[in-house]
Design a protein around this ligand. Sequence first.
Ligand code: 8IG
Length: 279
Amino acid sequence: MSDVTPAPDLDDPATDPSDVARAAAAYIAQATGVERHHVALVLGSGWGGAAELLGETVAELPSHEVPGFAAPAVVGHVGTIRSIRIEGTDRHALVLGSRTHLYEGRGVRRVVHGVRTAAATGASTVVLTNGCGGLNPAWGPGTPVLISDHLNLTATSPLEGATFVDLTDLYSARLRAVAREVDASLDEGVYVQFRGPHYETPAEVRMAGTIGGDLVGMSTTLEAIAARHAGLEVLGISLVTNLAAGISPEPLSHAEVLEAGRAAGPRISDLLAQIVRRL
Ligand code: 8IG
């Protein structure tokens, strides 16, 4: 794409981040040949293979070639953006195979650039997935849980200036009902975002529970806020990959996270595909 104006710099405070999102969407449309995407999915830890059953992959781009996207920084995260034609439909899903986390220190604009880009490609729905710790001892590693609401403990927002956005029903009750049509056994819970990259202390996990949290993680809430601001309907699904610190006597490990994702792969792939077909 040497014949187009370079995208504005996301890190320049004078840049409007939605301009970079529009540049990214234009790049994606050109590179995939898909004019409009209808739904976007962000794949978190454990969800890497979960888009396989959605349909035929029309195009796959290395994320860092798309304006505003950074290369992924975590082992087990996949740095590609795929366009998938949703099986049995003429609709397309934009699959963001990696995310930028707040703890990477690249700024909150970078964290939410994917969902802003999704909105700019025409998507009306975003499915935000993540791997997280669970506070409910009944949720063993590999349990998918619908996000009903969140507690944003990052002390930041993706919105700049006096941008007041209503977050009542941020995690769409309608979409949660669609997910439960697919799997009536799905539980739901309140997701608490910490900045990370360290996991919580047992006292922090107790605090999360005391203030109403059920799930602890390092992503999703800022993306959900930006998604709502951009007009997207949000479905959030967590994969509990470990019991939160102090809930079980075992220490936490990234290897455990990856293994829980592998073991849950077939169930969450099928779940995601069936939900997306109903969107
Ligand atoms: I995967 O237990 C995963 N991500 N904050 N706590 C936090 N993030 C996580 C956890 C966890 N597990």
